[in-house]
Structure formats: structure tokens, C-alpha cells
Design a protein around this ligand. Structure first.
Ligand SMILES: Cc1cc2nc3c(=O)[nH]c(=O)nc-3n(C[C@H](O)[C@H](O)[C@H](O)COP(=O)(O)OP(=O)(O)OC[C@H]3O[C@@H](n4cnc5c(N)ncnc54)[C@H](O)[C@@H]3O)c2cc1C
Length: 363
């Protein structure tokens, strides 16, 4: 979204000099407010229809604008008995909720599939990003835990790198024309760095490459092509998976708002794999240690999940790991626990016995 449009929207609704802030009981000023509101709605609708990307801060401000404006227009319709031109768009916006008034509920972009969400809350936003290739240089390699290798890359080309969602992925272009997907665990546009965490396993070109990586090595990456941004307005979050899910889980823990309850359930080889992750959330970690005698990863995760009472309110469940396991967990949440399908995302980050494969469980 252009800076000009964004500042116009903010001015109209967030206390600037654009009209809304000047609203009072006087009729003339009310008319100015109405015009400003109408103009902002048209501008906002155009921005959304253009499918331009927004920064997370812009998303928050726009969400607040929409919710407050929707509530106001609904009030106008009641008090004036009619709705102004332009309010037709606004009347499609569901009721405001207190959290949204503080600007934490995101906007649903055109084409987003989550139309079943209730109210103005929980609207997923899709953001298209420039899907270019970048040539990176390894700047540091080190073990985060015995089984997790952290590789930091640097490149001036990272000055334009963007990733809006913790579960985004980049493609690694490995020697021999092999491609594998990995999570941008962290990035710093000013320092032009990108961090990727590799969960080490027995065999595979990506794992081999990471194990041999040293400062100065080069690697090309592609993407992320886009982000599917899950709103930071759920009452709680439950994040489940194996080691391959940990980079996305770690990033989400770092990015979610202060004090929100987050439960993580991650199956690992042993407690040496438990990570300390800085977070402002109210985080309850469950590290589930593999133990073949007690059952498969799926059994262990299911059993652990059965013993967890989720907090009250509306929650978001995110699952990633081996494809069959994440599907089993997803089915359990939807069919047995009756968790709303649109508040759950599950993905197979790898497929047992199938190199370079992944699965989306969107159906
Ligand atoms: C969106 C997305 C994001 C991802 N982010 C990350 C990330 O940040 N960090 C990360 O470590 N992984 C991540 N993964 C998973 C990673 O892409 C796969 O594990 C990938 O298969 C590893 O490639 P490889 O070359 O090492 O092994 P492959 O050549 O793909 O596989 C070789 C063999 O190993 C098995 N295998 C693959 N992965 C594992 C594993 N983790 N444990 C045990 N066996 C395995 C395969 O079934 C196959 O039999 C992500 C996947 C997706 C789809």
C-alpha cells in the first residue's frame, strides 16, 4: 500500500487532521467526518482489490479502521435510518469486537479462503511477495541443540527480503538441482541476514549440505512467494509438531502478542532438544520425548494432546511434521474435538520414505 494512501487512511480514522478526529456533535463537523469516512472506505477497498501487500503495522491499523468504521456506519444506519453511499462496502464488515478496536484484528484479503470465520476476528490475510532468487553466503554455523543446526546467511540481496508469516518457507537450491523447503527462522533487513534451522536426520541432500556448511559457502534461495498471515487475535494458540516445525513455532512464539496463552507440543529425541525461546506470550511448552516402547510419534502426540485442556475462548491450532502424523492429528482435532476447520492449519513438512516431498492438508 502506498505511504500516501496509508497515511490518508490513518488520518481519517486514527486521530490525524483528516476529518474523523474532528468529529463532534456539531452537524457540519459530522458531515466532514462522513465524507472522510466514505473517502477512506473507497481508498481502502481499492487497495484491497489491487491486492497490494501491507506491512504488519499497516494491517493492524487498517483492521482497527475497518472495525471502528463498521461500528460507526451501523450506528449511522440506525440513527439516520439510511446508509450513505460507500457504506454498502462497509456493511459487509462484521461487527466490531473490543480487541479489534485496539487494532489487532487483521483484514481478510480478496481470495482468502477463510470466509467461514466468525465476525471481524480471525481473518486470515494473504500477502503476495516478490518470488526472486537470492544468492547468499554462509556467515555462521552452530548447533542450537545436538539435533538442530543453525545456519546464518548474509547477503546484500537480503535488504529486500520479506516474510510476513512464521510458517513461510524459502526454497533452497542445493547442488545437483535439488530443492528443499525451509522456514525463514529469523531475518534482519538492516544487517542483511537470514537464519535457517536445520533439523538433522539420517540422510538427505539438505541435511548433508547443512552438516558440511561453513562460513563463506554460497547457496541460492527462492521466495517466500507469499505469506498467509494468521491473525494475532485468537484467545489462545496450540502449536504442534516435530523438529521440522520448531523453526516456525519458535518464530511464532517470538512474534505473537504479549500475554496470549500459547501451548506447544513438540516431539523430540530427548530433553536436550528442548529449546529456550524468547517470547512475551504466556507459553506452556510440552516436550514429548520419543520412546519407541511407548508408541509412535503419532501415539505420543495424541496422548499428550488428550491430556491438555485448552484455555477458554477461540483458539488457533497449527500442526506440522511428518505428513501422515500431522494428518492424523488434524483429523483428531476436526472430527473428535470438533475444532473449527477454519481455525486450524496442518501441513506435512516431510513424508516418510519420500525424499523432497511435502503435503498440504487444506481439504
Ligand atoms: C513449508 C516447509 C517448511 C519447512 N521448514 C523446515 C525447517 O525450517 N527446518 C527443517 O529442518 N525442516 C523443514 N522442513 C522440512 C524439510 O523440508 C524436510 O525435512 C526435507 O525433506 C529435508 O530434506 P533432506 O534433503 O534433508 O531430506 P530428503 O531427501 O527430503 O529425505 C530423505 C529421507 O529422509 C526422510 N526425512 C526427511 N526429513 C526428515 C526428518 N526431518 N526426519 C526424519 N526423516 C526425514 C524422508 O522421508 C526421506 O526418506 C520444512 C518443510 C516445509 C514443507
Amino acid at each position: 500500500m502506498s505511504g500516501k494512501l496509508f497515511s490518508r487512511l490513518s488520518d481519517c480514522f486514527a486521530g490525524g487532521d483528516g476529518g474523523y478526529a474532528r468529529r463532534d456533535r456539531g452537524g457540519a463537523r459530522e458531515a466532514i467526518a462522513d465524507d472522510a469516512r466514505h473517502e477512506a472506505f473507497v481508498a481502502l477497498k481499492q487497495a484491497l482489490l489491487d491486492k497490494r501487500g501491507c506491512s504488519p503495522d499497516e494491517v493492524r491499523v487498517i483492521a482497527g479502521i475497518l472495525d471502528r468504521a463498521a461500528a460507526d456506519i451501523r450506528g449511522m444506519a440506525v440513527s439516520h435510518g439510511a446508509v450513505r453511499p460507500g457504506a454498502a462496502e462497509a456493511s459487509a464488515v462484521p461487527a466490531a469486537v473490543p480487541a479489534a478496536a485496539e487494532g489487532v484484528a487483521p483484514v481478510r484479503a480478496p481470495g482468502a479462503p477463510d470466509g467461514a470465520s466468525s465476525g471481524a476476528r480471525h481473518q486470515t490475510m494473504r500477502v503476495g511477495l516478490e518470488a526472486r532468487r537470492r544468492e547468499l553466503t554462509v556467515s555462521a554455523v552452530g548447533h542450537l541443540t545436538p539435533g538442530m543446526l543453525r545456519v546464518e546467511f548474509a547477503s546484500p540481496e537480503l535488504a529486500t527480503f520479506d516474510s510476513r508469516s512464521p510458517d513461510d518457507h524459502v526454497k533452497l537450491f542445493l547442488p545437483g538441482g535439488v530443492m528443499r523447503d525451509y522456514t525463514p527462522r529469523a531475518f534482519d533487513r538492516e544487517r542483511c541476514t537470514l537464519t535457517i534451522d536445520f533439523a538433522l536426520h539420517d540422510a538427505g541432500p539438505a541435511t548433508r549440505w547443512a552438516l558440511q556448511a561453513k562460513a563463506g559457502d554460497r547457496l541460492q534461495i527462492g521466495g517466500p512467494r507469499g505469506s498467509r498471515v494468521t491473525p494475532d487475535d485468537f484467545d489462545w494458540y496450540l502449536l504442534v509438531g516435530d523438529e521440522t516445525a520448531l523453526p516456525a513455532i519458535g518464530r511464532r512464539l517470538e512474534e505473537l502478542r504479549s500475554g496470549v496463552p500459547v501451548i506447544t507440543v513438540v516431539v523430540v529425541d530427548g530433553m536436550a532438544e528442548a529449546q529456550q525461546i524468547p517470547t512475551k506470550t504466556d507459553w506452556t511448552p510440552h516436550w514429548v520425548c520419543r520412546d519407541r516402547a511407548s508408541g509412535s510419534d503419532a501415539d505420543l502426540l495424541l496422548r499428550t494432546l488428550q491430556g491438555i485442556d485448552t484455555p477458554p475462548g477461540e483458539g488457533y491450532v497449527w500442526i506440522a511434521g511428518e505428513a501422515r502424523i500431522s494428518r492424523t492429528l488434524r483429523d483428531d482435532f476436526i472430527n473428535r474435538r470438533k475444532h473449527p476447520r477454519q481455525w486450524l492449519k496442518a501441513a506435512g513438512y516431510w513424508v516418510q520414505g519420500a525424499p523432497g516431498s511435502s503435503e498440504k492438508h487444506d481439504d
